[in-house]
Design a protein around this ligand. Sequence first.
Ligand code: PFF
Length: 465
Amino acid sequence: MADRDTWVSSLGFVLASVGSAAGLGNVWRFPWLTAENGGSAFLVVYLLVVVGVGVPGLLAEFVLGRRGRQTPIGAFRSLIGSKWGSALGAFNVVTTLAILSFYSVVGGWILRYTLASPTGAYFAQPQQYFGAMGFGPAAVGFHLAFLGIVAGIVFFGVDRGIERVSKVMLPAIAVLLVGLAAWTATQPGTAAGYEYYLRFDAGYLAANLPSVLGPAAGQALFALSAVAGTLLTYASYIDDDTSLPRDTLAIAISNTFVGVLAGLVVIPLLFSQGVDPGGGGPGALFVALAGAFGSLPGGPVVATAFFGTVLLAAVTSGISLLEVPVATLVDTYGVPRRRATLLVSLLLAVTGGALALSNGAFQFVSGTLADLLLSIGLLAFLAVAGWLLPTDSVAEFRTGAGRFAPLAGSWIAIVGWVLPTVVLFSLTSSVAPLVGATLGLGGRALVAVAVTLACRLTVAVVSGR
Ligand code: PFF
């Protein structure tokens, strides 16, 4: 096996992970989901889900990544044996390829809007502008350009490429977002937006909790970059001195900060323009916000800063996604990194290109398929860490954990029992109506507990552990 890349510093690992996490999910998807799901009510549930599901799930990924010291296929092979390990690792690789295929299309749109912002080319007719470039040959071109930028960085590897770029880009993103949020606060007509976003409405929350939980959990995983195999790969480059719980918290907090900050820019601005924040969809950010920038003083400057920031955030997430298939070819199949980067990029040029031509396929892959892959990924990670390797996982959690070490016991209980039940509960909630079953909350909870028990038993019997 070739010498593996490593992070130059622990801070480099944290910054690169936040770079992976903070991206289009935060800046583009989060504000819209919040608006669609009742504003502050969604914000509260989302924050709870980040703490309750996202943090322990992400920790499981880090634990497995550092324990396995490999990209997904090699890591899972060494952790749970060749057959299942190869399958689960390959599943991760497919997940990252699927996500990056649509991510790069949106990245291409962002690139296009960044370039068009200084002249305000799309200000006058935002709807038509997006309609003309969203799907078609132009979208393919910008997808390829975005992919080219991402591939250019991955080409140079972990320490010279990813770490160096993250160290510059992340602070830039934070400064730009704070600046934009401050500027937004000075704009007239934004008060209703803040009210909508930040006012805590307990009544709404109580009435809508079950329906808000699913989207909130999906968004928490996507936004944290959890359970796709990317952060497992990043964790394979760290050493034993690193405190995984501490770094997970740092990453979750910074990422949530970026998401909330993005909401503080987007939602008040939409209100100031009288735009309905609930009308989401892939083009929403582009059409509504672009129109808002067009009618604000200093529009071109602010629009350039905004789309430039989103572009930086999208690039750092894109490199984490590309790193998984590339590093897998390097680690598991001995392909030189530069050749691996070229090969994978060629494949993505085709898959992303196809999505850039078809709105229907794009919606399917970016919505249903991505959500499905991530929920299966989460269950698989939980099963490996919590069911198959609880002792190893606890030991790995404790290594370097310092004052967080005593939390290992509660964490493994959450990973092995609570989270699988929660995931199965939300799956039952979406599957039950499909098969015509009408189950109350209690019924679904019972089914979830029973299925968790059955799965645990099956895994124990099959694996002989
Ligand atoms: N977390 C990224 C975002 O919010 O834009 C998207 C993402 C990156 C998801 C990497 C999954 C992943 F493995």
